[in-house]
Design a protein around this ligand. Sequence first.
Ligand SMILES: Nc1ncnc2c1ncn2[C@@H]1O[C@H](COP(=O)(O)OP(=O)(O)OP(=O)(O)O)[C@@H](O)[C@H]1O
Length: 320
Amino acid sequence: MTDEGTGISSSPALSANGLGKRFGSRVAFDDVSFEIGYGEVFGFLGPNGAGKTTTVRTLGTLLTPTAGSATVAGLPLIPDNGVEIRRRISIMPESPGLYLRLTVLENLQCFADLYEVSAARDRIDQALQAVHLTERAHDTCGSLSKGLKQRVALARALLNDPQVLFLDEPTSGLDPVAAREVHELIDGLRQRGVTIFLTTHRLDEAERLCDRVAILNTTLRTVGRPDQLRDELFARTLNVRTVSPLSNPADVFLGVESVSGWREDGPSTYVLTVTDPALAAPGVTRALVKADADVLSISVSHHSLEDVYLELIDVPAGLS
Ligand SMILES: Nc1ncnc2c1ncn2[C@@H]1O[C@H](COP(=O)(O)OP(=O)(O)OP(=O)(O)O)[C@@H](O)[C@H]1O
């Protein structure tokens, strides 16, 4: 569905409603619901065995769901739509699955034939350019590093110019430089308006790349923007350190705009719960100066997506 005049689609690129998949008595994932807009980069996080790959394979029409419903690239996920959905999407699996004795170009030609890509040579050239591999087109895939193989797999996933791209752990096993290159490629795809469904164990990756993330552990634990999840789960705090203990901290802190509580966190260290750190910090500074306190530092505490993840996933005792 397209909004008149704007050309922008108003229906979600991907949606799931109570979606589930079980293998016999084993539940791979259950009761998963979300909506993803066109052009969004959506992170799908969860521990080993959480059901991420099975969700991707189900949305990618490779497995049939056992519960719920979904739409993929604007089409209901039903067997009759399988061919058309596969035409509109691509899946880049965790392992590249290339023919190692064939060159990069031959691999792409092979897959372009398989996918019946029209104007194949142009699409291959565009895909090679998108992943910066034009120079390596005639190298055999067996001679490429893991990071370069991953780029070939990404080029293959781009051959059909997908509306929705599923990336299953695209940086698994890559060194930081190769991972950063993949991140830059994903950024480039986002700028071209490709909707990306990204499964990853790397929380820094999700935080850097994703507009929103979902945390899955067989069922969905939460969906939201990383900063929104942090704010929902953790109170905002200011950390104040002074040279010597304050004689009456309550008198100093309470009454400052935006400060709703305080506690001591060791000698001369105070943690203040605040509604808005940007408002609270200058007020607290003024109050400390007025009380003649020698201030060592005032800092806003930052929670990472990892904190959110660990809070929501049941981590076995002793591991957190
Ligand atoms: N074909 C299958 N037959 C039976 N069980 C399966 C099958 N595929 C997956 N499972 C089970 O479904 C659950 C979810 O697996 P899945 O591979 O989707 O998890 P994941 O989140 O992708 O894990 P990882 O991060 O380790 O790749 C696991 O318990 C797994 O053993």
